[in-house]
Design a protein. Structure first.
Lengths: 143, 148
């Protein structure tokens, strides 16, 4: 299934993601890594460490609803994979982001913005394996 | 007040994820599908984000400390090791299978779609498995549950 090329919306959306990351650093002194925020919200023993993450997550989850108020429609959304793929993918993503200490937001945006060599290697790695995974699934297996 | 600001920051992030198309697994998978239905849009998401964060982080760190809190918490680990590469490689594979990354799946929860909940449950389980595998402590809530 093809999707529209949306350079302007994507760039603007990206700039907003970046703005949120800069604001979080200004306010809380933390990088905006979704993995760390999610895991920290669940696993942190310190109440103070939990609460700021929970507030962030509440804001994130509310976003599509606010998006609908402003634009009149929910963002375009479709899951083109089967439910087992979604679950297997989710397990691998979870295992990987914990081992690699970050995901697209943590390494890809915040880490690369700090010019961290660790994050550059991580970003390059997950981009390449993402391309390979999709190539294998769609073109070798033809799913 | 601080918590309201944090909520707003999360909202801005989620709005960016929604507007950019990152929230849509079909678009993410098409970004990876160069030899098929390629949609390069998501490269613009990264470009837009870095255009703000690179100068933004530089300016913010000129302040001595964040508005709330004593210091900036920058990840201190600088090691490029097997753990980083294997973990990131796995993440990419899972991302290519499911079409979701954590930062997109959390806002997608607001779409009230059951499959998003399934993905997030699998994601959290995966993180838990990695914690066990690396000998780290499990989520306190799970430990409480497992206690005889």
């Amino acid at each position: 299934m093809s999707t529209d090329f949306t350079p302007l919306f994507s760039f603007t959306g990206g700039a907003l993601i970046g703005l949120a990351a800069v604001l979080l650093m200004t306010v809380q002194g933390r990088v905006f890594g979704a993995t760390g925020i999610l895991a920290g919200a669940i696993s942190s023993k310190d109440k103070q460490e939990t609460i700021w993450r929970v507030c962030l997550i509440a804001g994130m989850v509310s976003a599509p609803i606010v998006f609908q108020w402003i634009t009149g429609a929910f963002p375009e959304f479709s899951i083109p994979v089967t439910t087992p793929s979604l679950i297997i993918g989710g397990l691998i993503v979870g295992f990987g982001v914990h081992l690699g200490s970050g995901c697209t937001s943590g390494h890809g945006i915040c880490g690369n913005a700090r010019l961290s060599p660790r994050s550059m290697i991580a970003t390059l790695t997950f981009m390449i394996t993402g391309f390979i995974a999709v190539f294998v699934i769609r073109h070798l297996f033809g799913v | 007040m601080r918590l309201l600001i944090l909520f707003a920051i999360g909202l801005i992030f989620g709005f960016g994820i929604s507007l950019s198309g990152m929230i849509n697994p079909a678009k993410v998978l098409n970004f990876f599908d160069i030899f098929g239905t390629w949609d390069p849009s998501l490269a613009f998401v990264m470009a837009g984000a870095l255009a703000v964060t690179i100068p933004g982080y530089f300016l913010v760190q000129k302040r001595g400390s964040p508005l709330f809190g004593d210091s900036f918490h920058m990840p201190a680990n600088r090691k490029i090791d097997k753990r980083l590469v294997i973990g990131s490689a796995m993440f990419g594979i899972g991302w290519g299978i499911a079409g979701f990354c954590p930062g997109a799946a959390v806002p997608a929860l607001g779409l009230l779609n059951g499959q998003v909940i399934l993905f997030l449950a699998a994601l959290v389980t995966g993180i838990g498995c990695a914690r066990i595998a690396t000998g780290e402590t499990l989520y306190p809530a799970v430990k409480l549950f497992l206690k005889p």
